[in-house]
Write a protein that binds this ligand. Sequence first.
Ligand SMILES: Cc1cc2nc3c(=O)[nH]c(=O)nc-3n(C[C@H](O)[C@H](O)[C@H](O)COP(=O)(O)OP(=O)(O)OC[C@H]3O[C@@H](n4cnc5c(N)ncnc54)[C@H](O)[C@@H]3O)c2cc1C
Ligand SMILES: Nc1ncnc2c1ncn2[C@@H]1O[C@H](COP(=O)(O)OP(=O)(O)OP(=O)(O)O)[C@@H](O)[C@H]1O
Ligand SMILES: [Mg+2]
Length: 266
Amino acid sequence: MPEILETDICVIGAGSGGLSVAAAAAGFGVPVVLIEKGKMGGDCLNYGCVPSKALIAAARRAADFATSAEFGVSAGKPTIDFARVRVARREQIDVAEVVAGAVRLALAHPDRPEGVSVSCVAKEGEFIVEGDDDLLHRAVFNLLLNALQASPEGSEVQLEVTAARPDQLDFGPTFAEGGVAISVLDAGPGILPSIRDRLFDPFFTTKQGGSGLGLAVVHRAIDAHRGLVFLDSGSAGTRFTVVLPRLSHLVRRLPVGSLSPATVLT
Ligand SMILES: Cc1cc2nc3c(=O)[nH]c(=O)nc-3n(C[C@H](O)[C@H](O)[C@H](O)COP(=O)(O)OP(=O)(O)OC[C@H]3O[C@@H](n4cnc5c(N)ncnc54)[C@H](O)[C@@H]3O)c2cc1C
Ligand SMILES: Nc1ncnc2c1ncn2[C@@H]1O[C@H](COP(=O)(O)OP(=O)(O)OP(=O)(O)O)[C@@H](O)[C@H]1O
Ligand SMILES: [Mg+2]
């Protein structure tokens, strides 16, 4: 039987409007429930004010660099790291949800060769990490797209999300809670050893019309999440594996009995 919440105010939508009303009411000690169906922060935090201002701030810094020579300061040509500009949010992310979104998008991509399918093994609610889901989505999508582009007709790209135990990851305290491994395997021609050192360099590409930014974005995005990227490639295909630090002690949803004056339900 559902439990009934006793509350004075129920705010639906945690955009800048809903958040400020809920915070103000809670500040007066009024019991408030805030319900959000999408991302906390609404347009302002996720797509609008904050991301656009972050880009504008980055562009201003780049312009300062580019025009500093006239003041006798030579700072060189600025490089742009789009991935870093976006790491503004840190939230709990269900990796299975991110992966499912990336698979949906990749399946609809025109570069998917005839009959190439994607199999996806990822248990919902099991693998939680902290970070920016947009950024992780872009990383997984770029790996999937590369795998599809390399795949022979009728083959299968296999995507798998698994746990990596702390003892399998000898990489210090970052992985104290273990890791979440996202691996993307294709049956393509593999990657020649002679180009492996340059794969993650921005603008490195062997594809006609490729921009060479896909893996650079993957690297920056995973680095920003304190994760690692591994490559395993041979004539039978290529496997990219991303390992992210796992979060294990999580409260996904507050039990109703513990509702405080301002409670957020997502
Ligand atoms: C590119 C861009 C740049 C911007 N820059 C600025 C700026 O610099 N300064 C400025 O002041 N404004 C700016 N804005 C405008 C600003 O983002 C919006 O005015 C503001 O986000 C509106 O807030 P809101 O809470 O009314 O709505 P929203 O932010 O749209 O929030 C509504 C929330 O309600 C949720 N919701 C909807 N229906 C339900 C439901 N049935 N159940 C549960 N949840 C639900 C949605 O998921 C969403 O999170 C910008 C907008 C854009 C797009
Ligand atoms: N799964 C894969 N199989 C074979 N080669 C790959 C694979 N993934 C990446 N590569 C190689 O790495 C290069 C760089 O990949 P990256 O994603 O950075 O750029 P791109 O795919 O060429 O262009 P784009 O910017 O459109 O992604 C590719 O051009 C290709 O040579
Ligand atoms: Mg690519």
